[in-house]
Design a protein around this ligand. Structure first.
Ligand SMILES: [Zn+2]
Length: 150
């Protein structure tokens, strides 16, 4: 039953299982990237502004590192640039200095501190209140200093 030979077989079987799971996860991630790119490109935007993410800095954050290293940001960017070059959508990249999350997209006042756990942006100056990512997106769309990647 539990002979060394059977144990080895079980180990091999489990290795194959884990490898298959990894392959499935990779396929799911790739399919999701393709889906997001299709959805964005479908609207035929004149330009798309990306934020140059500080991946190295984020990898130092133990809460973020595991999720981020596997997200394949780089692959996504390459795919998006390819697709946008083809359809004539300009890809703009804003540097890490740009405070996209801290600026109020309504009045332009910059917050001194905004922790990652604050998912809603509340402006102390004009009272605007909106989703953190929506606020950052609006700011990015208005950015005037950027590098063109397409
Ligand atoms: Zn404001």
């Amino acid at each position: 039953e539990n002979s060394p030979e059977n144990q080895r077989k079980n180990v091999r079987k489990n290795i194959t299982r884990v490898q298959n799971l990894h392959r499935r996860l990779t396929n799911i991630r790739n399919a999701y990237q393709d889906y997001v790119i299709r959805e964005v490109v479908k609207t035929k935007p004149l330009f798309i502004t990306l934020e140059k993410l500080n991946v190295k800095g984020m990898l130092k954050n133990k809460h973020l590192s595991k999720a981020i290293s596997k997200q394949k940001f780089y692959d996504f960017k390459v795919k998006l640039i390819q697709k946008c070059s083809f359809i004539g959508t300009e890809i703009r990249e804003v540097g890490t200095f740009y405070p996209s999350s801290k600026l109020c997209s309504c009045c332009g006042v910059k917050k001194v501190k905004l922790s990652l756990s604050e998912r809603v942006f509340n402006c102390d100056h004009c009272g605007a209140s909106l989703d953190r990512d929506d606020n950052a997106s609006l700011n990015l769309s208005k950015a005037t200093q950027y590098t063109i990647l397409t």
